[in-house]
Design a protein around this ligand. Structure first.
Ligand SMILES: Cc1cc2nc3c(=O)[nH]c(=O)nc-3n(C[C@H](O)[C@H](O)[C@H](O)COP(=O)(O)O)c2cc1C
Length: 385
């Protein structure tokens, strides 16, 4: 896989040692960065020791799949593991409700898992053959992956599977490295069309629309509550559920995380207001915003393939020291407008930003101040059937 040649500024900035030095020396660095206050540990984070403890290629592949990006860390998957085969199923119990009324994001997340599964299978001596939605009588059966013995093929993307984390912290105010857009297009292949927003005007429009969509989600009580159901506040909640969004994953600095953990669990409205503030002050600043689209937005196979493309991009970005955060508020509002037959306000703004209909997945990409922390994961034993 060819890599873009970063410009000198980017090369310098992306050196993590330098970044850490800058962050450590900057006034108030503890407030913006993640360092200085340890993240949660324990069994909920053990799956990130991948591929420790697994030997059979089929199990390694499934153990890689559970580390994939997925909506709200619901981990909406189940696996049936057999010799030379893994079947992937959607787990309807992990629905995001009003936040994902069409189960569109669920299928994007299942696509992310499928990509990790395929990369790990190749690295561990199996050639995968993927059949999407193989059973017309069971739409929850999203993929059958046959795994024929083959020469192991390690890859950069495979190596990044346990290193990839969603980064919701501050990114530097740096232009995108040269060649970034072309590299992302190559990674998308035929699985998604890509809109790359890097001009100041385009980024401002994306930011304004995303903030409006965030407010619309917060004002929609059902969406707000559906999101909050997946928030895990205490170490005990994390240990019991091993899923959901956590304070460590908010991208907040040490002081705020430390304070947050000492206060009582916030209500949905309070948590939503923190989210809006973070979206305004931090999370809508980046080198570029990217929108992935497909021709038929409601098509399950296209959602799965688009998820695979996103996972590849995030893994590759990780290998370059670039940070990524999905920002799907506009697409989530589009789903809600479709579900409730509301005026298509966000639908139209998203179409205008993407330059086409069919937007599936939105994210920001840039140079991070700090590495992100891992999110919890359910162990393979909890998600096999
Ligand atoms: C379909 C989809 C939609 C997502 N939307 C958002 C989003 O709008 N905002 C956000 O911060 N993260 C979003 N994420 C990232 C997930 O929250 C994240 O992958 C999950 O919490 C697990 O954390 P990890 O990626 O660090 O392993 C999304 C991920 C997927 C696959």
């Amino acid at each position: 896989m060819s890599r873009p040649s970063p410009d000198p500024l980017f090369r310098a900035l992306s050196r993590r040692s330098l970044l850490r030095g800058v962050a450590a020396g900057a006034a108030g660095a503890l407030l913006v960065g993640c360092g200085g206050y340890p993240a949660e540990e324990g069994a909920a984070y053990h799956p990130w020791r991948f591929p420790e403890g697994e030997a059979a290629p089929e199990r390694v592949a499934a153990a890689a799949a559970i580390l994939a990006s997925n909506p709200h860390n619901t981990q909406p998957w189940l696996f049936a593991i057999a010799p030379e085969r893994v079947d992937v199923f959607a787990d309807p119990a992990k629905s995001l409700g009003a936040m994902d009324p069409l189960a569109r994001e669920m299928h994007l997340g299942l696509g992310c898992a499928l990509e990790n599964l395929v990369l790990a299978a190749r690295a561990h001596g199996r050639e995968p053959t993927v059949a999407l939605l193989p059973d017309p009588g069971d739409r929850a059966h999203v993929a059958r992956v046959e795994l024929a013995p083959a020469e192991p093929q390690a890859s950069l993307l495979y190596e990044m599977i346990p290193e990839r984390h969603t980064n919701r912290g501050p990114y530097l105010d740096a232009p995108p490295p040269e060649g970034l857009e072309a590299q992302l297009r190559e990674l998308a292949g035929s699985d998604a069309a890509l809109t790359f927003l890097e001009s100041d005007a385009d980024k401002a429009a994306f930011r304004d629309a995303t903030l409006d969509a965030t407010r619309a989600i917060i004002d929609d009580v059902e969406m707000r509550e559906a999101s909050h159901v997946w928030y895990r506040h205490s170490a005990d909640e994390i240990r019991r559920h091993r899923d959901g969004t956590t304070l460590d994953a908010t991208g907040n600095g040490a002081a705020i995380r430390a304070l947050g953990k000492r206060t009582a669990r916030p209500g949905a409205k309070t948590a939503a207001n923190f989210w809006l503030t973070a979206t305004r002050t931090t999370q809508t600043r980046a080198s570029a915003f990217v929108i992935l689209s497909t021709d038929a937005r409601d098509d399950r196979a296209q959602q799965l393939r688009c998820g695979r493309a996103y996972q590849r991009m995030h893994l590759w970005a990780t290998s370059e020291g670039l940070a990524v955060q999905p920002l799907n508020q506009l697409a989530e509002r589009q789903d809600r407008e479709q579900e409730l037959a509301l005026a298509p306000e966000m639908t139209e703004r998203l179409e205008a930003l993407a330059g086409r209909p069919g937007a599936q997945f939105l994210f920001r990409i840039g140079v991070p101040w700090e590495d992100a922390f891992a999110s919890p994961r359910r162990p393979l034993e909890w998600v096999t059937r």
